[in-house]
Ligand binder design. Structure first.
Ligand code: UDP
Length: 246
């Protein structure tokens, strides 16, 4: 095992469900899944502990007023089940690469995943297992971004890494505006003030109140996470301190 001297000892990676779509319209793109598993294996092999919160948007996303006759709370539970489908897929992909994993859920599903118990999650991490946190927070009205912030705080992660399909946080949507400018650093306050879509409000607030840094980077660029862990400046870092240039 090649150890990297990283500034981070334990990280929480947030992967959106949508990213698993790849070029497809529904479900899981196996090439994307394998690529993510490879990136995660490199992290654990380098000696950094990693927990993962995975979204469910590629399968089902709860909506405020659904047109399909499904009420909000039921839709949210369906979304949480979707995160478990993704979690099982990621677990399987990692195990195929020889990585030890545990899938944890705060909603009981004894046959397929362990119950989420904070101390147990930490123990798994210490034993160098990749811990996948499924079912979001286990509560409706939340998102997996908030679950990522919550689990990161609970396991005392040094940072949340939010894997996206763009390089970082921009002043406007880089997929729509070719002149969008990327920030290297930005404060929670500016993210909130400028309503930048880093994570949802509840998640940002939780990070801000507990001074937990967020790094937004491009998961579609091979090796981004490892570059970051080796000390290179990658993506955008959100902390309390960074001041935007006037
Ligand atoms: N969800 C929820 N509580 C949680 C996390 C998720 O109710 O703690 C539901 C919610 O309906 C959400 C869906 O699960 O829309 C899928 O999660 P999310 O939209 O965060 O996935 P992503 O955008 O990351 O793919």
């Amino acid at each position: 095992m090649k150890k990297t001297r990283s500034t981070y000892k334990r990280i929480l990676l947030k992967l959106s469900g949508e990213a698993l779509l790849g070029d497809g319209e529904y479900g899981i793109d196996s090439a994307v899944l394998k690529r993510y598993a490879k990136e995660i294996r490199e992290v654990i092999d380098s000696g950094v502990e990693i927990g993962i919160v995975i979204g469910g948007g590629n399968i089902y996303r709860g909506v405020e007023k659904s047109s399909d006759g499904i009420d909000k709370v039921t839709g949210d539970y369906m979304g949480m089940l979707a995160t478990m489908i993704n979690g099982l897929a990621l677990q399987s992909a990692l195990e195929n690469m020889g990585v030890f994993t545990r899938l944890l859920t705060p909603i009981k599903m004894e046959e397929i995943a362990e119950p989420f118990i904070r101390r147990r999650a930490v123990r798994h991490l210490e034993k160098r297992r990749v811990v996948i946190f499924g079912s979001g927070t286990g509560n409706p009205y939340f998102t997996t971004d908030t679950a990522a912030a919550l689990r990161a705080l609970e396991i005392k992660a040094d940072v949340i890494i939010k894997g996206t399909r763009v390089d970082g946080v921009y002043n406007s949507d880089p997929e729509k505006n070719p002149n969008a400018v990327m920030y290297k650093e930005i404060s929670y306050a500016d993210v909130l003030k400028k309503d930048l879509k880093v994570m949802d409000l509840t998640a940002i607030t939780l990070c801000k109140e507990n001074n937990l840094p967020i790094i937004v980077l491009n998961m579609n660029k091979t090796g981004s996470m490892m570059k970051l862990l080796k000390g290179e400046k990658v993506g955008t870092i959100v902390t309390s301190g960074s001041k935007l240039p006037k």
